[in-house]
Design a protein around this ligand. Structure first.
Ligand SMILES: [Mn+2]
Length: 382
């Protein structure tokens, strides 16, 4: 029905979704049990397990701060670790230090070890090698890696009951896992094997996801307990490609992943009106769900920006906030006068809209906004 109505290409169909889950009746109930404190002393579990993320530049550092703060807000009992690339500015590292337990600077170029040798063979995979560095965090027995463009919506400490390598399916090719959220066991041996593998085989997608899927190549078939439910890595792209599923299961989402070229920090935020700005000027159509995007900015405004302001002091930096400028006010005055000869906005026919949608030209904030699609769906699903 979705296909007929909207010409959407569902990324996950029902059978694929149900395959992720042990019971067709309760597809989102997964076999995660609460640990018995008598068997597994919590203080031990807490200090030798960690959430790990990666920031390669100042923009991703902001993402990492929002992620770290979202984990704190949901009372994680695990340590928080961020790997930072050599280009992350000192004030950003300072701000990261106030959220994370550990800030590890990873400079593969200076490392002089196997990672550096691999980098010489494959200079295109620099960021991937930096990410693979998470396997060297052997002070922890188990970790959950999360991309800096993710944000948690509830406590997800139960992920530590999963084994390496557990991850959720990728919405684009569900037989591959998405490497934005995964459970792993730090090990120097695994790290070296991964580097050697990388140097020899490269990456089929040019990034870490290709390498990791080729390395952990039995994920799709060997052990269903290593398939994390999709709610642990809900990519904003998938919301629009299978909206009825999002309506059915979306409220259980625990991690949102801002997949795609445009990231939350590419927008700006108007603190006065509480609105996220900058959609129309973006070259790529916005694929981020407006509610999650707003949540990201609200968290940033409340908890991250004050840390950055403190760290930067008088030095100017890109806060991402819309500044109230005199020229904007001037512009408003000019607007009061009747517009001279601007053509009226063209109405697009339903057929044309369908065609544009299929070509990927989606007006997420206008005709194809989530609210409009939802209204249309509601009228069919009643
Ligand atoms: Mn990502």
């Amino acid at each position: 029905m979705t296909r007929k109505m909207w010409g959407l290409i569902p990324v996950l169909d029902c059978s694929q979704l149900l395959r992720l889950c042990p019971s067709p009746c309760k597809p989102l109930v997964c076999p995660i049990t609460t640990p018995d404190p008598r068997l597994d002393p919590p203080q031990r579990t807490m200090s030798d397990q960690a959430f790990v993320t990666l920031a390669t530049n100042d923009s991703y550092a902001k993402g990492a701060m929002v992620l770290g703060q979202s984990l704190r807000n949901h009372n994680t009992t695990r340590k928080l670790v961020v790997l930072v690339g050599p280009h992350v500015a000192e004030p950003c590292r300072d701000a990261l230090r106030s959220i994370f337990d550990e800030v590890c600077v990873v400079d593969i170029v200076d490392s002089g070890d196997a990672a550096h040798l691999a980098l010489i063979k494959r200079p295109d995979l620099g960021v991937t090698f930096t990410k693979l560095h998470c396997w060297t965090l052997t002070q922890y027995s188990k970790c959950v890696f999360m991309d800096a463009d993710t944000m948690v919506l509830s406590n997800i400490d139960e992920l530590f009951q999963r084994e390496e390598l557990s991850a959720a399916p990728d919405p684009g090719w569900p037989d591959c896992f998405n490497s934005g959220v995964f459970v792993f066991r730090p090990s120097n041996e695994t790290h070296e094997k991964l580097l050697a593998f990388c140097g020899e085989n490269g990456s089929f997608d040019g990034g870490d996801q290709g390498v990791l899927n080729s390395f952990f190549n039995t994920w799709a078939t060997a052990d269903i307990s290593k398939h994390l439910p999709f709610i642990y890595n809900l990519s904003s792209i998938a919301i629009y490609s299978y909206l009825p599923a999002f309506k059915q299961y979306g409220h259980d989402a625990k991690v949102v992943h801002f997949l795609g070229k445009v990231k939350p920090w590419n927008y700006s935020y108007d603190a006065q009106t509480g609105e996220v700005k900058g959609h129309s000027t973006s070259p790529d159509p916005c694929q981020l769900h407006p509610d999650y995007l707003l949540m990201w900015w609200q968290l940033y405004a409340k908890s991250v920006l004050p840390l950055l302001q403190q760290a930067y002091g008088d030095t100017p930096f890109n806060s991402g906030f819309v500044e109230e400028r005199e020229d904007i006010k001037l512009h408003e005055d000019v607007k009061e006068q009747p517009a001279a000869s601007a053509p009226p906005p063209q109405r697009v026919s339903s057929q044309e809209r369908k065609q544009r949608w299929e070509e990927g030209q989606i007006d997420y904030l206008g005709d194809d906004s989530f609210a409009n699609i939802e209204r249309k769906l509601d009228s069919f699903l009643k």
